[in-house]
Design a protein around this ligand. Structure first.
Ligand code: ATP
Length: 430
């Protein structure tokens, strides 16, 4: 007999089925025993009667979180949580759980969740909870929504290596690893390679992959390894073309979440609000907030700016544009009318940066000059510079942190909660 998922049992009242899952709860009422069985689709109450003696005896051995297969009859029962239950005929234990669970899966009413470090130590048990699984359903559908967009708009999917022969950008926060007889570095972003795809004439690419940052950050939005979602597009006129694509991507992702998971998300209005860094600073000043850094936004300023924008435009997203070149990498294109500014942006969502994007400098001589101005060792980026030596279309793109987007979408306390297995300064396990 084929296994039936718990959510489909309601269509099988009166039939004999097989259900497989974890033992969520055991209630022993003497002559009758109740189990709650949980699979990825839901929870069902199972009744084990004394008359089914083999099954009844087996329940005595059962421990919470054991994995079982139960053959039984689906029965209407007004008192059962969903109006029906499963009457067990046969139970087999597929995997017996140690009776001492390191962390509970079910938190009793009024009970406290285990401390977060402990939860992450036992992440696979922590992830058994349905609200945690929901986070990863959202990842899956959000990514699928992005892919819908990429597919409809003729993007290539590419993959870039994580090993690099030289640090990808500044070198300050890069992991160095032994690579046979020399050193290699873990990519801090796929930036250089997606630009290479533009030089290869791919025109539109997207990628998802690991990004490594050796920053000793102890914040709720930084990890040492995270998943990056990137795209890069050619023949743009400015970074405004890049922002437009990102807006459409996000809409596609949100629509998919509503369609597949019925999240009832408000679909953000296009175009998203946009303010220049100078305007953002002015808005903050008027609200009485002055950050420490004149040219960049502090986390507090990002939060406040989002709050102001929400109040003023009722929008959860805001693009901050025209970042000064002093705080942007050498490959961001400078503004035509003001050399000190770049054609770049950050996208903030509910108070936190989720994206950096820009039009890139594709002109070899200008790029080389900008790198020199930033005091870069040209020899170390020679191979990157060569991408632009033999013809390269004007282009731009973004790096998106989906963990942060999902963290804010679900109002989770940390990006680590939105990550299957987080890595930070202290954590390399499990
Ligand atoms: P921040 O200023 O917040 O440290 P960043 O400017 O270093 O971020 P980028 O290098 O532009 O970030 O990376 C692109 C996106 O990747 C960011 O907008 C963010 O969503 C995400 N991101 C960056 N660093 C991290 C990190 N350490 N952990 C998780 N996500 C990150």
């Amino acid at each position: 007999m084929e296994r039936t998922h718990i959510k489909n049992l309601k269509t099988k009242v009166g039939e004999t089925v097989i259900v497989k899952g974890f033992v969520h709860a055991i209630r022993d009422q003497g002559g009758i025993k109740f189990l709650l069985i949980r699979d990825v689709t839901g929870i069902i109450q199972v009744v084990v009667l004394k008359s089914e003696s083999e099954a009844f005896e087996l329940v005595k051995e059962l421990t919470l979180e054991s994995v079982v297969s139960i053959e039984g009859r689906v029965k209407e029962e007004k008192q059962a949580p969903d109006g029906f239950e499963l009457q067990a005929l046969k139970i087999s234990i597929l995997s017996k759980a140690d009776p001492e669970l390191p962390i509970p899966v079910v938190i009793e009413k009024g009970g406290e969740e285990p401390e977060v470090t402990k939860r992450f130590d036992w992440r696979w048990i922590d992830l058994r909870r349905s609200e945690r699984q929901e986070i990863f359903k959202i990842w899956t559908e959000l990514e699928a929504g992005f892919r819908d967009y990429y597919e409809k708009n003729g993007f290539f999917q590419i993959y870039a290596p994580s090993f690099m022969s030289s640090p990808s950008e500044s070198g300050a926060d890069v992991f160095e690893v032994n690579y046979f007889d020399r050193k290699a570095y873990l990519a801090q972003s796929p930036q250089f390679y997606k630009q290479m795809a533009m030089a290869a004439g791919f025109e539109k690419v997207f990628m998802t992959g690991p990004v490594f940052r050796a920053e000793p950050s102890f914040t709720t939005r930084h990890m040492t390894e995270f998943t990056g979602w990137d795209f890069e597009i050619s023949y743009i006129d400015s970074h405004y073309d890049v922002m437009k694509v990102e807006e459409e991507l996000i809409i596609s992702g949100f629509n998919r979440l509503n369609e597949k998971l019925d999240l009832g998300l408000e679909i953000p209005v296009i175009p998203f609000p946009k303010v220049s860094m100078a305007e953002a600073k002015e808005m903050l000043k008027q609200a009485g907030i002055e950050g420490e850094r004149e040219l960049d936004l502090s986390p507090e300023e990002e939060r406040e700016l989002s709050r102001i924008v929400k109040e003023k435009y009722n929008h959860d997203f805001i693009f901050v544009t025209a970042y000064p070149s002093a705080v942007r990498p050498f490959y961001h294109m400078r503004d035509d009318s003001a050399e000190s500014l770049t054609k770049s942006f950050d996208l903030l969502y509910k108070g936190i940066e989720i994206t950096t994007g820009a039009q890139r400098e594709h002109r070899f001589d200008v790029l080389e000059r900008q790198a020199m101005e930033k005091g870069m060792d040209l020899a170390s980026i020679r191979e990157y510079l060569d991408f632009f030596k033999y013809g390269c279309p004007p282009h731009g793109g973004v790096g998106i942190g989906p963990g942060r987007l999902i963290m804010k979408l679900l109002e989770l306390p940390s990006v680590k909660e939105a990550t299957f297995l987080p890595r930070d300064v202290k954590r390399l396990k499990p």
